[in-house]
Design a protein around this ligand. Structure first.
Ligand code: HEM
Length: 393
């Protein structure tokens, strides 16, 4: 597998795709001033202990972040997290997701109709599909997706890790620019939220505007920020999932043939792609007190990065972790996180993956990657996913 990560040009910082995990699974990184956690049991311990490992990491951010965390589910700790999560779970019931199936199939079919000969998977299918689905669900015009792309892309263009100890002008400039772009997206959502207060519709933004938690309504800022989380979390990761899955199958033709012949393997192939190339490589926590983890003592108020993508290659949990195996079962990967912040959109991402992969295989029996035009990966070290995947259909 060493050759694969290098061959694909994945950021070298993602060493777990190339070699065994280091002996020490928890270590302080001088250059960034953060703690890195690479092991499966260590991450499991941290991710299921929100009291010691808080999700409110912005208080430790290298730049003063003026935007509020109101409604930012990913940044909230109990009890606020529980309240908002309850509301959101209402919007993402298994039925709501299952009911999207016909629309997702229709959209995928339309997008596949536009592909022939040489195609680029990300632009033509893997980006538009999840964005249109999440935009329709929220109730914002899917036609504005070029705007979302521009705003969201600005957050993920860096190929460096940020440092808490040595802030550079480049880093500050990058963060300020990214925050300005995110601000535009929040303003855009604010406008829609205000409009829904006046004229509610059937969409998710309206449901959130009208929703009550313990007798209290959500503020405009809470609804807009939550919309932002959904729009960002809801599309970029699923785009990577679709691209990564096809790339992994293409690189393992015998397994691709098995999945084509036995479609009941599709869900497992998707889970294995999530484990093998986890789109969201790391998630951050802030320690609230001194804590022991993996034999190390971490002080209070430290930024801790939980590298779920590395844990998904931990041989203490997975047999032959470097092998892509579409029959792996069970596959308790951490690509969607675990515990109270477990990905709200996991059922939707899985559904989109299953529908898209099945329809792609139906439509293009000879599909393969283009040997003259290699895939391109996201440069950001905390994401693993194709952003360009040229195909020969
Ligand atoms: C949370 C990954 C798709 C919405 C998370 C977390 C991970 C993750 C690792 C946990 C973060 C943490 O513990 O700090 C992924 C991956 C996806 C995906 C790999 C696709 C392959 C989606 C979709 C949506 C979504 C489609 C929305 C429609 C969310 C939300 C949270 C979350 C709202 C926060 C949950 C909370 O804090 O309680 N996701 N996600 N995700 N995800 Fe996803």
């Amino acid at each position: 597998m060493t050759a694969l990560a290098d061959h694909w040009g994945i950021n070298e910082a993602q060493f777990w795709l190339r070699q065994d995990l280091p002996e020490r699974k928890v270590r302080y990184e001088e250059s960034t001033g953060t703690w890195d956690v690479f092991g499966y049991p260590e991450i499991q311990q941290a991710i299921t202990d929100p009291k010691a490992f808080s999700s409110d990491t912005r208080r430790l951010s290298p730049v003063a972040d003026q935007t509020s965390t109101e409604g930012m589910l990913t940044q909230l700790d109990p009890p606020e997290h529980q309240k908002l999560r309850k509301l959101v779970s209402h919007a993402f019931t298994p039925k709501v997701v299952a009911d999207l199936e016909p629309r997702i199939s229709e959209l995928t079919t339309e997008l596949l109709d536009g592909m022939s000969g040489r195609a680029e998977l990300v632009d033509e299918l893997a980006y538009p599909l999840p964005v249109i689905v999440i935009a329709e669900l929220l109730g914002v015009p899917a036609g504005d997706r070029d705007l979302f792309k521009q705003w969201v892309d600005s957050m993920f263009t860096t190929n460096n890790r940020f440092s808490l100890t040595e802030t550079s002008p480049e880093q500050e400039e990058y963060l300020a620019k990214a925050m300005a772009e995110v601000g535009k997206l929040t303003d855009y959502l604010h406008q829609h939220v205000r409009e829904r207060r006046e004229h509610p519709r059937e969409d998710l933004l309206s449901k959130l505007v009208l929703a009550e938690v313990d007798g209290q309504r959500l503020s405009d800022a809470e609804v807009a920020n939550f919309g932002l989380v959904l729009l960002v979390a809801g599309h970029i990761t699923t785009t990577m999932l679709l691209g990564n899955t096809l790339l992994c199958l293409d690189a393992h033709p015998e397994q691709f043939a098995r999945v084509r012949a036995d479609r009941s393997l599709v869900p497992r192939a998707i889970e294995e792609s999530l484990r093998f190339l986890s789109p969201f490589a790391a998630t951050a926590r802030a320690t609230t007190r001194e804590v022991e983890l993996g034999g190390e003592t971490i002080g209070a108020d430290q930024l801790v990065l939980l590298w779920v993508a590395a844990a998904n290659r931990d041989p203490r949990q997975f047999d032959r972790p470097e092998v892509f195996d579409v029959t792996r079962d069970p596959n308790p990967h951490l690509a969607f996180g675990r515990g109270i912040h477990f990905c709200v959109g996991a059922p939707l991402a899985r559904l989109e993956g299953r529908i898209a992969l099945n329809l792609i295989m139906d439509r293009f029996p000879e599909l393969r990657t283009d040997p003259d035009s290699p895939p391109e990966f996201m440069p950001n070290p905390s994401m693993t996913g194709v952003r360009r995947l040229p195909l020969l259909l």
